[in-house]
Unconditional design. Sequence first.
Length: 110
Amino acid sequence: MGRITTHVLDTANGRPGAGMRIEFSVLEGQGWTPLKTVTTNKDGRTDEPLLEGDKLRAGTYQLLFHVGEYFKQKNFLDVVPVRFGIADASAHYHVPLLCSPWGYTTYKGS
């Protein structure tokens, strides 16, 4: 069953990014349609997949990670957007974010 998952690692403090707000959207036509807003749990993960099963379709998706709010400072990073494409709706797409107040990285996880 296909699904999209995410988690956050706080690389500045060496721990999971617990309590980070994430907005999740899908590109429809020329605009973004919000699907849900979630907050990471104590392990820096969401309690359930962002999207799964029949609801997951091929297309372009976006995660907005509220990094500035999480670190309680917006003097550099504020909201980190991660846009990605889904080609195979039956696959698992894991999109983690490793972040500090000054930088971030992401990759296609497993």
